[in-house]
Design a protein around this ligand. Structure first.
Ligand SMILES: [Zn+2]
Length: 127
């Protein structure tokens, strides 16, 4: 079974401006990450308060996002090698989880469950 390498970024209110600036300078990973986050916000809006609402990225948290309850941050997953793709996935992280001391471990646990063949070693802040 081959290992698929991914990059993973966290977009927070504190690095959002930097990500936007990077995307303006045509840093493609920043542009893709912002597009993925925008798509997730659109999906949250589309699903509204339905039973099908998107939930927080942390596996042990069932916080449901809605227009009134938007994510505090986004985890963005980027397939890199051998599968390269412009298709990124952004997951919302709720405000309570964003404050957790073990957020990075929680994110890595989620990624390993979502991508059993994935190789995730650390969580990087999007620059
Ligand atoms: Zn949460």
């Amino acid at each position: 079974m081959s290992v698929i390498h991914h990059e993973f970024y966290v977009i927070t209110p504190w690095n959002l401006e930097g990500a936007i600036a990077a995307s303006r300078q045509r840093v493609s990973s920043a542009s893709w990450a912002l597009c993925a986050a925008a798509d997730t916000l659109k999906e949250i809006q589309r699903r509204g308060d339905s039973d099908d609402a998107l939930t927080c990225m942390c596996l042990d948290c069932d916080f449901k996002f809605s227009e009134q309850h938007r994510p505090m941050a986004f985890g963005v997953i980027v397939p890199m090698f051998p599968e390269t793709s412009n298709v990124m996935i952004a997951h919302g992280i709720c405000g309570d989880c964003f404050e957790r001391d073990d957020l990075e471990e929680q994110i890595l646990a989620t990624l390993r469950e979502m991508f059993p063949r994935g190789n995730f070693r650390r969580v990087e802040q999007l620059q």
